[in-house]
Design a protein around this ligand. Structure first.
Ligand SMILES: Cc1cc2nc3c(=O)[nH]c(=O)nc-3n(C[C@H](O)[C@H](O)[C@H](O)COP(=O)(O)OP(=O)(O)OC[C@H]3O[C@@H](n4cnc5c(N)ncnc54)[C@H](O)[C@@H]3O)c2cc1C
Length: 825
């Protein structure tokens, strides 16, 4: 019996040594030496003699041989390299360009299975410059004051001329253009904060201004334009003389934008009275924002050169050009009507439009580089415009819903007191906290020169989905008040506009299913892209050398992730490294755990499914969700620190992290349940969930703490919703709501007096005004107190009322009068 326990103890110790070496990612040579001594001790002292010892010694011999570089290369790596080349899934040129676009930042750490937190925690917080702050306090605030949502969305179906003029004059369209061309040269964070403020009051202005500051002519010129093109166009774009648009999408090419059928043929033709080599263009595009009023049309098309006038290729591929919108042969000006959000958006066609070669952005040498240019710029831009719009709209919805639910009473209580409403309010607030964290921290990274393609896709997808959920929730909290459109409605148009953000810049289903993990797996993985590049090297010796380094790095990484995943799950990550102690330290540890589990699952699925993984979109999407949850949770932790770790905000941090990590767990579980190779799935489950699923979603009590924070005028409410247009003035119901909330808070003891008096039978039931009158008469309230309550009631009624219209005010055309039926003879 004793010898059995001795053997068990030694076996556990040996496994422990192996796990510790893998967990700590100790190099191959050191691991071989340590394992050698451990196996020797095991054989000598554990009373184990037999097959197991033999297996251990054979395994050790294998490890020793692997330490011999030339033996390993020739006998192991070379055959594996040949096999790898034969099964490597084909990657198209456009996929490769998307994969190579941008940089790898914090996403790479999360993919490593062992994130180096110092990389994130040491990054300074995003900060507005004095100029950006002044622009927010001045022109942005003034523009918000000028924007009349109902006038724009219903009466004019456009912004009024004075608003257009102000936008141009104040250079809202030029936030990303450098000062030497007349622009404002704002940081990504500065741009995001301006757009967020605008989105908090009017989605048309926010999207209209977002477009020229995102992927489009200015951005492309800045990065790829020739000096001559920059001088020619940028000053006009900065002053608003030129209105740009960028046309990629067409009826046949939406999500699959690289399949555009629009053509440009290099040929000779007459231009300005002279015969030149130029391009004859034909296109049919739709959904193009600003196209109906554009003066400068950015166009993506496929360039062909059948007569080899500019090179020896027949086909150059997708090319981007800038063309004055009044060029002969262009049809432009008609409008689409995107969900009552009348931003200028419409189709354009071109028939045999002849333009000179220098219309190509960057000149003829950039022919065929259009797709790469677009992908590179999307790698950063996707993290700014749509996420900040969603953040601004979400903040306004939380600000309004927190106040509205406090002042709106049903069943003699503010509706915020009902748990059902509280659950929704807590979710809204925490989701907006997550979006805010993601935008501000990612913008800080962009400001430092990162162009993180995968985080940008994560932000595009998750912030717009958060925007959609928050808008939905705000509608529910407001009931009929949110539904009845009119000047008094501050929610309806944002709610209507949400699907636009969901659809543009990579529609969300596609982004989740194909881009986040599909691109991330190869882009952020520490070895896969390097292995692919090594395998593609035509020089076999060099290829073998590089492949050997990356392959064995990869194997070590995979073994380590399996060990880390198992140990971290067993210990509930309690012993893993964190950047610092304190109330949030457990969340850092759980991210460590999911990072290892995710890296293991990603590796195994790439190994077992190979190219098939691209088609298994549901699996790919679930892994993308796990990755996104870790990314967003780390943004929340960093944002909390950036704000000085205010204790009062902890419920928001905890709720956000808990929900995100719970989702990571559930999506990993869903991934394993659906993984086609069942034995592999069982093995993975043993390593990832050896104790089952032990993480829980946020508790109701935590949600109630958040409700208290956002339905009262607290510092947390101010911090969470900072940056929206909340000035108290007649045209801004969002500002009025805050004033009413403060008044309701001040009147709370008086309302309690009235309630107590009614319960005690001192006054009788009645409507609020009757109750106040009785309370005054019976001395429950002083005259001054009664006046305070009447004032509050007046404010509340002004805010909860909705608009009504005569039928003739609503339709754009008058319905024909119904003909009277002739009376029967
Ligand atoms: C208001 C508005 C403004 C726009 N502005 C511009 C602009 O300025 N310039 C411009 O060039 N374009 C613009 N667009 C076009 C926009 O980028 C496209 O609408 C978008 O790319 C989606 O294309 P689609 O609408 O044709 O949808 P489709 O491509 O038909 O997609 C329909 C659905 O299928 C999903 N889907 C497609 N392929 C896959 C896949 N492989 N896996 C999973 N799901 C998939 C999509 O996610 C989507 O849910 C704008 C669109 C709108 C609505």
């Amino acid at each position: 019996m004793f010898s059995f326990f001795l053997w068990i103890a030694w076996s556990i110790a040996l496994v422990g040594v192996g796990l510790a070496l893998a967990y700590r990612r100790v190099d191959l040579m050191t691991s071989t030496i340590v394992l050698g001594f451990s196996i020797l001790a095991y054989t000598l002292f554990s009373n184990s003699h037999g097959l197991l010892d033999l297996v251990l010694w054979i395994g050790l011999a294998g490890l020793v041989l692997l330490n011999n570089d030339s033996l390993r290369r020739d006998k192991v790596t070379a055959p594996l390299l040949r096999l790898y080349k034969s099964i490597l899934p084909s990657i198209s040129a456009t996929e490769r360009e998307a994969l190579e676009a941008g940089t790898v930042w914090w996403d790479g750490e999360l993919f490593s299975g062992q994130p180096n937190w110092a990389k994130l925690t040491s990054m300074p917080a995003a900060k507005l410059s004095d100029e950006e702050q002044a622009f927010l306090n001045g022109p942005t605030e003034e523009l918000c004051r000028m924007l009349d949502d109902w006038q724009i969305t219903h009466e004019l179906a456009d912004m009024p001329p004075e608003v257009w003029a102000y936008i141009k004059e104040q250079r809202f369209f030029a936030m990303i253009i450098p000062k030497n061309y007349g622009g404002l040269e704002f940081s990504p964070y500065g741009v995001a904060m301006v757009l967020a403020k605008l989105a908090s009051c009017n989605t048309v202005a926010a999207s209209t201004i977002g477009v020229p500051n995102s992927l489009g002519p200015a951005e492309l010129l800045l990065h790829y334009g020739t000096e001559e093109q920059k001088e020619r166009y940028l000053p006009g774009l900065a002053s608003g003389e030129e209105i740009p648009c960028f046309a990629l999408t067409g009826p046949r090419a939406g999500s699959d934008a690289a399949s555009i059928p629009d053509t440009g043929i290099v040929c000779k033709g007459k231009f300005g009275g002279k015969e030149i080599i130029g391009i004859r263009l034909n296109w049919d595009k739709r959904y193009i924002t600003l196209a109906p009023i554009a003066t400068l049309l950015g166009l993506a098309f496929k360039l062909y050169d059948p007569d080899h006038l500019i090179g020896d290729k027949d086909e150059h591929g997708i090319t981007a050009a800038l063309i004055p919108a009044n060029t002969k042969g262009i049809t432009i000006g008609r409008r689409h009507f995107p969900l009552n959000n009348p931003l200028q958006n419409g189709p354009t066609q071109g028939k045999d439009v002849f333009v000179p070669l220098d219309c190509i952005i960057g000149g003829p040498e950039r022919a065929g580089q259009g797709w790469r240019m677009l992908m590179e710029q999307l790698a950063a831009g996707r993290a700014v415009v749509l996420p900040s719009n969603a953040m601004g709209g979400g903040k306004a919805a939380v600000w309004a819903s927190g106040a509205y639910s406090r002042i709106r009473q049903q069943f003699n209580l503010p509706i915020s007191r009902f748990e059902g409403i509280g659950e929704v309010l807590a979710r809204m607030a925490a989701e907006v906290y997550t979006a805010t964290a993601a935008v501000s921290v990612t913008c800080a990274a962009l400001g430092r020169g990162e162009k993180p393609a995968v985080p940008s896709a994560i932000l595009k997808y998750h912030c717009t989905e958060i925007g959609r959920r928050v808008a939905n929730d705000a509608m529910d909290v407001h009931g009929g008040k949110g539904i009845s459109l009119g000047p008094k409605n501050y929610l309806g148009r944002t709610y209507q506009a949400i699907p636009i953000a969901i659809t543009v810049e990579g529609a969300n289903i596609l982004t989740r299913s194909l881009i986040i993990f599909g691109q991330g797996a190869i882009r952020c993985h520490p070895y896969v892209l390097k292995e692919m590049e090594a395998a593609a090297n035509p020089d076999f010796e060099q290829s073998l050398d590089e492949f050997d380094t990356h392959l064995f790095g990869h194997i070590g990484y995979a073994v380590s992730n399996a060990a880390r995943s198992f140990v971290l799950a067993l210990t509930h990550a309690k012993l893993s490294d964190v950047p610092h102690g304190g109330p949030t330290s457990r969340y850092y540890q759980h991210i460590n755990r999911y990072s290892a589990a995710f890296a293991l699952a990603a590796d195994v699925s790439m190994l077992t499914l190979g190219g098939e993984l691209k088609r298994k979109e549901s699996l790919s999407a679930r892994l993308g969700d796990v990755f996104s949850s870790m990314y967003l949770a780390s943004m929340v932790l960093k944002h909390y620190e950036n704000q000085g770790s205010p204790e009062a905000d902890l419920p928001l941090v905890e709720w956000s992290c808990r929900r995100l990590l719970y989702q990571a767990q559930e999506q990993l579980h869903g991934f394993l349940r659906n993984f086609p190779n069942r034995p592999v799935a069982a093995l993975l489950r043993g390593l990832i969930f050896p104790r089952g699923r032990m993480y829980f979603s946020p508790a109701d009590e935590l949600g109630q703490q958040i409700v208290e924070l956002i339905t009262h005028p607290t510092e947390t409410r101010d911090r969470l919703c900072a940056g929206i247009y909340s000035t108290d003035e007649p045209g801004n119901p969002i500002g009025r709501l805050q004033t009413a909330l403060v008044a309701a808070e001040a009147a709370s003891p008086l309302e309690a007096k009235v309630r107590d008096a009614r319960r005690a039978g001192v006054i009788e039931d009645g409507d609020p005004l009757a109750l106040i009158a009785q309370a005054e008469e019976t001395g429950v309230l002083t005259g001054e107190e009664a006046r305070q309550l009447r004032d509050l009631d007046e404010q509340v009624m002004a805010l909860i009322t909705v608009d009504d219209f005569d039928s003739s005010e609503l339709g754009t055309k008058t319905a024909p009068k119904p003909r009277r039926k002739k009376p029967a003879a």
